[in-house]
Design a protein around this ligand. Structure first.
Ligand SMILES: [Zn+2]
Length: 318
């Protein structure tokens, strides 16, 4: 995620707002409620906002599946304090240990809690394409800015945690008799996107390939392949989708379509501009954003999504 530079001012403004309403350290922060999705699957839902001290970076979802052999987590949330809270929520439901964490992708809000689950003995599984990000300046700078923006919840002790098992492609895993179909969806939202499907319960954990109730974060994504991946997902027949952000979807087709249509709209509007060599500012101002302008994070993310798409389409056109 490279929101920091262009959002610097906004971040500062949000931080000041957060400081104005700074919660006492003993305060619980935003509510975390485990919602049951199917016989064995659950999820917790983050808030639709940018990460801040006030929300402790609880801006993404995490899922978990209780199998007879242990609990399999999908994503680790955005700070160690949230991960500890999630572990406590799981403990209320089962005495079984958390044995695995499957990481949908290595964006800060999904992985800064990993160290807690690692310490609890969980085996971390991710796609090997994430190694490049883990060793990048982007990851290091992101951590530095998070230590400032989400203090004290992200601090000097918060660290990036590598997977114990790097997978290279689609992988089937059976844990406690429950089948997990792990699908490599990238490069789409990120090179390392993983999606986790429980065929017996028709539940899909889609990571950030699916956003609901907010403007998606596009960043450096490959939107052409992302759209293709969503078209593939439309075929697998999931009954329920847990998106990376926003509420559970019981209407897979409509909700997959929302992210897909948004990406397609960015590509159509910015592609035309790039092709005509219309300057970005002019093209952005002339585009009709009315279908999206009311959604959370439009102000924070839409312009940059459009700009990145403009650059991407310029390079695709070359
Ligand atoms: Zn992400």
């Amino acid at each position: 995620m490279s929101l920091t530079t262009s959002l610097g001012c906004r971040r500062v403004a949000l931080m000041l707002l957060a400081l104005a309403a700074v919660p006492a350290r003993a305060d619980e922060g935003p509510a975390m409620v485990a919602h049951q999705i199917s016989a064995s699957a659950w999820y917790v839902q983050g808030v639709s906002a940018l990460g801040s001290s006030a929300n402790r970076n609880f801006i993404s979802n995490a899922g978990f599946v209780v199998t007879p052999a242990g609990v399999v987590l999908i994503d680790a949330l955005g700070s160690p304090v949230l991960a500890s809270r999630l572990a406590a929520e799981i403990r209320k439901l089962t005495p079984l240990p958390i044995t695995h964490v499957i990481v949908t992708h290595y964006h800060a809000d999904h992985i800064y809690g990993l160290q807690i689950f690692k310490a609890l003995g969980a085996r971390i599984i991710a796609h090997r394409a994430a190694k490049e990000y883990l060793n990048s300046d982007t990851a290091r700078l992101r951590m530095e800015s998070s230590r400032r923006d989400i203090a004290p919840w992200i601090d000097a002790a918060t660290r990036l945690v590598e997977a114990d098992e790097w997978i290279a492609g689609d992988t089937d895993l059976t844990i406690g008799g429950v089948q997990f179909q792990i699908k490599a969806g990238g490069p789409a939202h990120t090179p390392e996107d993983l999606l986790i499907y429980l065929p017996a319960e028709k539940v899909l954990f889609a990571g950030d390939l699916v956003f609901r109730s907010r403007i998606p974060f596009v960043g450096q994504a490959d939107s052409r392949r992302w759209i293709a991946a969503l078209d593939d997902l439309l075929k697998i027949g999931a009954k329920v989708i847990v998106p990376g952000h926003g509420p559970l979807s019981q209407d897979a087709r409509t909700d997959l379509q929302f992210t897909r249509d948004y990406l397609a709209y960015l590509r159509a509007s910015m592609g035309q501009a790039a092709q005509n060599m219309t300057p970005f500012d002019e093209a952005y101002a002339a585009t009709d954003w009315s279908a999206y302008a009311h959604l959370p994070l439009f102000g924070a993310a839409n312009r940059m999504n459009a700009y990145n798409t403009y650059l991407l389409l310029e390079s695709e056109g070359r």
